[in-house]
Design a protein. Structure first.
Length: 151
């Protein structure tokens, strides 16, 4: 799991083997970014079109999704380290605990990405604003927070 050596100010731990929850991936995302280094740190709503691909039977749960402009995607950052406690971020500020950062490196690498829905194509949602590596597993989709629910 370790991607690169720890800096002198960083700390890691043994990740417990037991699981407290079971999550099932309902699909994955298709993006132009093949590595973490290629991936933007923040999604842009004017960024490239990306696809959210749902597995059967979850594609049947998309009914009505076209009524929403914005969606919240819950992703599993499967390439992230899960053993770090303290990180010395490259953007500065000195060492901090992972809970004091928005880094993908965390005990449970769940990510929330707010995206604009461009089109619905069967089991594929075309979106903009994603910041995830191609193939990142999808945990859930929710309508974006908006002042009212579409009629």
């Amino acid at each position: 799991m370790p991607e690169k050596p720890l800096k002198p100010t960083e700390r890691a731990t043994q990740v417990p083997l037991g699981a407290d929850a079971t999550l099932g991936f309902i699909g994955h995302v298709e993006t132009p970014w093949k590595t973490r280094a290629d991936c933007p740190k923040q999604g842009r709503l004017d960024g490239p079109d990306c696809a959210v691909v749902l597995r059967s039977p979850w594609d049947g749960a998309l009914q009505g999704i076209e009524r929403f402009e914005m969606l919240e995607l819950y992703l599993w950052f499967h390439l992230a380290r899960r053993d770090l406690l303290v990180i010395d971020p490259s953007h500065g500020g000195g060492p901090r605990g992972v809970f004091a950062l928005r880094s993908p490196v965390r005990p449970n690498p769940v990510a929330l990405s707010t995206v604009r829905l461009v089109a619905v194509q069967g089991a594929r949602l075309i979106v903009r604003g994603l910041e995830a590596v191609d193939g990142t597993p999808l945990l859930d989709i929710k309508p974006g927070r908006c002042p009212h629910t579409p009629g």
